[in-house]
Design a protein around this ligand. Sequence first.
Ligand code: ZN
Length: 126
Amino acid sequence: MSRRKKNFPCGHKGYGQVCHRCEQKHLTREKNKQRKNEWEETFARDPINLRTLPKNVVVKARRIIRDLQRQKSYIDFHGKRLRHDRFVISIPVTRSYRLLCRDCGTILVPEAVVSHEDYNVCKPGG
Ligand SMILES: [Zn+2]
């Protein structure tokens, strides 16, 4: 007896109980969803909100924050004090993003990662 292709409700044709094309698609979607959730969950551990940033900026910003927590100097990251607020230190993350930290004496507290445009808006007279 020869096996005949079935018409699945999804519109695909194939053999077996379920449509393997849709099953595969479903599995891929689930895997992607899970990967996305895992990525979302990592933001809960950040001291500042990095959710809106591109992934490469998030990864670099985290590395800098972690190293600062380990007493590495902001100077190692080419950070500079702002001219109009000496207690704020601006550290380049990428070409277009920088991490702003507040100098609290013995520690640097990360405050935000801002894009170059945002950063320029913050400057008085800018
Ligand atoms: Zn299907």
